[in-house]
Write a new protein. Sequence first.
Length: 310
Amino acid sequence: MPGGTESRSRLTRARLVLAGFGWRVFLKRYRLPLLAGLLLVGLLASAIAVGVLTTSGNSHPPLPVQPYAAPLAAVPLNHVTGSGSATITLRGDTATVTLDTNGLLGGSPHLAHIHGLGLGTCPTAVNARLHKGHLSISTGDAIRLYGSTLVSFTEWGSTSGAVPNNIDLNRFPASGRIRYKRTMTVPRLVADLIRDGDAVIVVHGIDYNYNHVYDFKALGVSDLDKTLPGEATAPALCGPVRRAPGTRIASVRGPTTFVASLKPEPAAASSLPSATTPASEAAWPGRPGDYGSRPDEFSLLCHLGSGWTT
């Protein structure tokens, strides 16, 4: 059997090489077969690894979203008759924000933000204070409840919640009927607050004395910026951010939708004007009919801007 004899002869030579000549000579003589074998083993290992990763990725699909929602606690005494809603679709640190409002002061910009690092709630009548003799709720009165500004719903440029970006009125929607949608990158802290249910959306700006402009006559200066009227930065619409009904958080990478209700609710009896309430608090002269007949029964939180007079 010449073939068998030749194979045994090669094996014998390999043994002799290993025994008498060392590894260096062995590797020199048989390097090509060894390299081919190592390459084949590497290719097989890579194929197995890809198969395992693909199988493991498909075996754990994202979970369906769990229902989680909360209604807005109406904020009285700010003479707001509007309402609205907000939606945040979050994928990692990328948020697509939709904000819709109706019935706010038209023709003036409305500051709108994601707030956080407070108590995660909206103000009620007990948080109202006298401002230039009128009982109302300013941002300073409510800041400990909904927290500081973290993200600004600007129409262009930075979305930072820091000063002066958060009160740059020229870049916020200037309409009582806001239809806002923008995709933005939010800080990891904000994404975590949204997922944990500790974020609040606030839209600012009220027309307390019903004269269709922001002015200093009713509430004086803003507690955020003394150059602005208090009406321009007073909260009008407010809603805690909650998971949308029928959704469930699966992972940080998967998309999850969150909602905030900005619709008014009847205020408690304690929030209505009492017998000692000044007439100017109960009704303003020349109040237009489209603001409703009982403005003190409820109000909403909102950030507004520009269009004021002295």
